[in-house]
Write a protein that binds this ligand. Structure first.
Ligand code: MTE
Ligand code: MO
Length: 396
């Protein structure tokens, strides 16, 4: 297998050859490069990823030997369509709309963006639907959408320009209320309807607070699948806010809508307001074992259970575990200093005594006094699963 930079160069050659005059190469970079999912550029080895349509979920057990940051080659991919291969020399960001002085659009080149003061920050990107399959597996409920287990997230160190600096330079006015970043990937067709390119409004208060226009992930240029050349990172918010392959940002003095804040990414169902909840913003609290579901372990042999816990509201405070289906609980050791927008690794020793099927549970609390509930209130699209997961293990 060739190294990452070689692959990138190769892909660029393939992508730019037939479309030399086009500003963006949307041609599938496929053929010459082996890959396992339609539209994803990087290799997706079994044992590290589970393929789910146009997406790839990280197998949680594959994080066991990784540190606090998820290596780019193990980071989950959530693509509405497919990864576009874009040449940074052809890339520009257009900022436009009624919320700019004189309503004049302003453009930024890649070099220009990189020459702005940079910020570096560790943040989790987690899909709002992470854990969705557990609504069915654990609560017997029907939900629509990609049936993720718990691996639709990753933590990385992102470096980029502050969105605030870009908006200031573009001439954002005091009357702007929302901004809407939009991706350069293909238009998304859902149920035969063209919903246009991925885009979702972001209130100005959040946009001016801690949002980054990232060009680096874990000290390297962004990989193609994670938004090269530039993506939005919205710390602590659901993954859809962190628009990849950023092409333009509308700045508006009136509220904006897109399918991603109207028909998707709100809570619908019996327990929610008629017509749906407000658009989702922050992610929730979860913990997960670095062990496959249904793993087999040996009776009488001491082992160390490991996992991770994370919360978007506040740093994790405690993780407790139960190895008998929830009857007895004990504290797990936290292996990292808990911080907001990151996860904490935890471990606990266990010597399984009796053979048979058991459920291991891990329950996190955070410093905002959040605790994982026993059940998550159902919503039809299966967002924000936060219940304690009953992780099946067979002792032999
Ligand atoms: N342009 C664009 N941005 C996007 C998406 C997409 O399909 N296109 N998917 C979103 C969703 S739903 C998630 S969860 C995250 C996933 O980021 P990752 O693929 O880098 O893990 O990207 C978000 N940004
Ligand atoms: Mo997502």
């Amino acid at each position: 297998m060739t190294s990452a930079p070689d692959r990138r160069r190769l892909l660029k050659l393939i992508a730019s050859a037939p479309l030399a005059a086009a500003p963006l190469a949307h041609a599938a970079p496929a053929q010459a490069v082996p890959r396992a999912a339609p539209g994803i550029v990087k290799p997706l080895p079994p044992g590290i990823f589970t393929l789910r349509g146009t997406n790839a979920e990280t197998d949680f057990a594959a994080l066991r030997d990784t540190g606090p940051l998820t290596p780019a080659d193990r980071f989950f991919v959530r693509n509405h369509t497919s990864t576009p291969v874009i040449d940074e020399r052809d890339w520009t960001l257009t900022v436009w709309g009624s919320g700019l002085r004189g309503r004049r659009p302003v453009e930024f080149g890649y070099g220009q963006l990189r020459s702005l003061p940079s910020v570096t920050r560790t943040a989790v990107v987690e899909c709002a639907g992470n854990g969705r399959s557990l609504f069915t597996a654990q609560q017997g409920e029907t939900v629509s959408g990609t049936p993720w287990t718990l691996g639709a997230l990753g933590a990385a160190r992102w470096r980029g320009a502050r969105l605030r600096d870009v908006l200031d330079r573009a001439g954002i006015t005091a009357s702007a209320v929302e901004v809407m970043p939009r991706g350069l990937d293909d238009e998304f067709i859902s149920g035969g309807v063209n919903l246009g390119r991925v885009r979702r409004p972001l209130p100005v208060a959040k946009a001016l607070d801690d949002v980054i226009l990232a060009y680096e992930m874990n000290g390297e240029p962004l990989p193609y699948d994670h938004g090269f050349p530039v993506r939005v990172i919205v710390p602590s918010w659901i993954g859809i806010a962190s628009v990849k392959w950023l092409g333009d940002i509308e700045v508006s003095d009136t509220p904006l809508v897109s399918p991603w804040n109207t028909q998707f990414y709100r809570l619908f169902g019996a327990a929610h307001p008629a017509g749906g909840s407000a658009p989702l913003t922050r992610q929730t609290i979860k913990s997960a074992l670095e062990l496959p579901f249904g793993a087999t372990v040996a009776a009488g042999v001491a082992m160390t259970l490991t996992g991770r816990a994370w919360s978007a509201a506040a740093p994790v405070r405690t993780v407790e575990i139960s190895t008998d289906g929830g009857e007895h609980w004990r504290p797990a050791r936290l292996c990292d200093t808990p911080r907001r927008d990151g996860w904490v690794r935890w471990s606990a020793d266990w010597r399984p005594r009796t053979t048979g099927r058991v459920e291991i549970l891990a329950r996190a609390t955070d410093r905002a006094r959040g605790v994982q509930p026993e059940r998550t209130v159902h919503n039809t699209q299966g967002y924000l699963f936060d219940a304690v997961v009953r992780h099946p293990v067979t002792v032999v």
